[in-house]
Design a protein around this ligand. Structure first.
Ligand code: SF4
Ligand code: SF4
Length: 187
């Protein structure tokens, strides 16, 4: 009985060690950087199953949805993206202007200032709906996927380019404009 148990222990240890040695030598090769659009992407490969990230990166599909970017100069602050977002991760505060303040690169007239334009990428589910509804196509999904952080607040990206002083000034301009309008009406 004792010989049978010893024999079983030896064969089991041998099998385990063979597997370890096989993987040890296999690790000399690494997965190739394959394009997911190619037919051989799911073919079995020799060696370790992952690439040596971040030194090596797998090519990503052209239509991949990753980090959002906003070209704020082209934003008309219409809030459509925020309304379309299913998880409410876009926070926009607009300040009205008494007159047109410029044009976007596609010729749309800008009448609102972006006092706040924050996107919380920790909540974003990368559905892309915000990019679909944007009338000026200024909110886009980029190919940036490696902005991980251990601090959740690092994932809130602010795109407004206004300072606190500018926000205060634009708000007071609008308040003054409204007051003057009301005063003119009551005359
Ligand atoms: S991609 Fe989807 S979840 Fe993310 S901000 Fe846009 S609408 Fe919201
Ligand atoms: S939908 Fe486009 S233009 Fe409108 S607020 Fe969002 S990013 Fe700006």
């Amino acid at each position: 009985m004792i010989f049978k148990t010893a024999f079983h222990a030896l064969t089991t240890a041998f099998k385990g060690l063979s597997l370890t040695v096989k993987h040890l030598f296999g690790a000399r090769k690494a997965r190739q950087e394959l394009d997911i659009t190619k037919d051989n992407y799911f073919d079995k490969q020799d060696g370790i199953a992952t690439v040596q990230y971040p030194r090596v990166k797998m090519p990503i599909p052209e239509v991949a949805r990753y980090q959002l970017e906003v070209e704020i100069d082209d934003c008309i602050v219409c809030d459509l993206c925020a309304k379309a977002c299913p998880v409410d991760c876009i926070a926009i505060e607009a300040i009205k202007s008494p007159e047109a303040i410029g044009k976007t690169s596609d010729g749309s007239v800008k009448r609102l200032y972006p006092a706040q334009f924050d996107i919380d990428m920790a909540k974003c589910m990368y559905c892309g709906l915000c990019t679909v509804v944007c009338p000026t196509e200024c909110i886009t999904m980029t190919n940036q996927y490696d902005r991980s952080s251990t601090k959740l607040t690092d994932l809130i990206y602010g795109f407004s380019d206004m300072t606190d002083d500018q926000v205060a000034q634009r708000k007071s301009e609008w308040t003054k404009f409204q007051a003057e309008k009301e005063a003119a009406k009551s005359k």
